[in-house]
Unconditional design. Structure first.
Length: 442
């Protein structure tokens, strides 16, 4: 019975009591929903924000530095595709209680899984190098030696995961997400042409040349990276999200996807407004972008950009090797998980440690100029591998015996298959354009 229905039949005091009771019930319902959301929040926001890692920041910075605002339009379809893809794997994790690599191994066999894991491991090794390279370049802008910052940072991220629990590590990661605010602030300090930036965001433009296509693939590849799908599904499973709470978990995924591409927008705009506008459009690493902002947008913008780079690098240097350890161990049938101790999951922690050590040594030995091709190549490899990962995901997400009534809708399938087709098409166009350019040069 509502307040309106009882208003004519009871006195004012009783009516006030009824309204007070209804208000308290609504507040309890709202408080419960907030509590449940806070209990399930984490995997979606963390996974998406790691997308803006050192390699991603370099890719977005170069997109703005080389092509100005002209690649901003790509962020809208990429965001839609990212939401669809991330929601799909999170839903599979909740419904099946298994990681993506685990499902691929069970449904398609060990040989297929092993080949996929090796290719992804190679791509993620390049991504891990990019995180420590980003930390080195960011700290150098802030006046800290790379020979101190990189080993110390590696020890911190290793200790966080190896010695921490899942809940503790997740809280640290969520705090790290807050520091991405440095990029919007840095962008505003650069005083971009907002009217041009917004127009280029909603009006697509396209250039038929290998450099533009390569950069477009890099933007897509770093925004929707294969490792993200494996990590998100594993994180949802380890967090123990229940099917009854998945409606709120979906908002965790959507929020993370929106936040990460808004940050990417500000990075591209900041570099377009300064580096591209200055005419000096070549940058070796994300630290160069921070340095380039100094004379054009001021020391505050430069320092904020560098600080954001250091935060993103440390954050991602924790997640990327962790994601790799998750899906390789799941795919090959080894124990995995942050809540397990060293002796319970030796392969998991050995792989995590090995990736960190190898990444640090590579950054300490190779000069920054020699690291950049590895970093950019790893982003493009992500784009090439993505269709294969998406095909496995789509086949699994549409299995009635696996997903039941929680299978993909037609709209989800349409967008996901369109993403596969676009990535395959971009890869073929890039190859043809490169061959054509090479023949013309010859």
């Amino acid at each position: 019975m509502t307040c309106a229905e009882v208003e004519g039949g009871i006195d004012a005091g009783s009516l006030l009591l009824v309204r007070s009771t209804v208000g308290r019930n609504r507040f309890r319902t709202w408080r419960r929903n907030v509590a449940v959301f806070l209990a399930v929040v984490g995997p979606g926001i963390i996974t998406a924000n790691v997308d803006n890692d050192a390699g991603g920041i370099l890719t977005y910075s170069q997109a703005g530095a080389r092509y100005g605002y002209s690649l901003l339009w790509s962020l809208i379809p990429v965001t839609v595709a990212l939401i669809v893809v991330q929601e799909m794997v999170a839903r599979m994790g909740v419904v099946t209680g298994k990681g993506l690599a685990d499902l691929i191994r069970e449904e398609y066999g060990l040989r297929t899984t092993f080949i996929l894991m090796v290719l992804l491991l190679l791509a993620d090794f390049g991504n891990t190098i990019s995180e420590f390279a980003g930390l080195a370049s960011g700290t150098q802008v802030l006046g800290i030696s790379r020979y101190l910052a990189v080993p110390l940072g590696a020890f911190v991220v290793w200790g966080l995961v190896v010695k921490g629990t899942y809940r503790m590590v997740e809280k640290v990661f969520l705090v790290a997400c807050l520091f991405y605010i440095a990029y919007p602030i840095s962008c505003f300090l650069a005083h971009p042409q907002w009217s041009v930036a917004l127009r280029q965001t909603v009006l697509p433009s396209f250039q038929w040349n290998a450099g533009y296509l390569y950069m477009l693939m890099g933007v897509v590849g770093t925004t929707i990276a294969p490792w993200m799908q494996f990590y998100l599904q594993s994180a949802v499973v380890e967090k123990g999200v229940k099917l009854k709470d998945y409606a709120l978990s979906r908002w965790d995924v959507i929020s993370g996807c929106l936040i990460t591409d808004v940050v990417a927008f500000f990075i591209i705009v900041a570099c377009a407004a300064t580096i591209y506008a200055s005419g000096h459009r070549e940058i070796r690493d994300a630290g160069d972008a921070a340095l380039a902002l100094r004379p054009l947008a001021g020391r505050a913008a430069s320092a904020l950009f560098a600080f954001g780079l250091c935060n993103a690098s440390l954050f991602s240097a924790s997640i990327l090797p962790l994601a790799t350890a998750y899906y390789v161990c799941e795919g090959l049938g080894f124990e995995s998980g942050i809540d397990k101790r060293l002796h319970e999951a030796p392969a998991f922690y050995s792989l995590y440690t090995g990736l960190i050590v190898a990444g640090v040594l590579t950054v300490m030995v190779l000069s920054p100029s020699k690291q950049v091709p590895i970093i950019l190549f790893s982003q493009v490899v992500n784009g090439i591998l993505l269709p294969f990962v998406l095909i496995f995901m789509l086949r699994l997400a549409n299995r009635e015996d696996l997903m039941g009534s929680h299978r993909n809708s037609r709209a989800f399938n349409a967008i996901a298959w369109a993403t596969c087709v676009v990535m395959i098409g971009l890869t073929l166009v890039l190859m043809i354009s490169s061959v054509t350019s090479g023949q013309a040069a010859g």
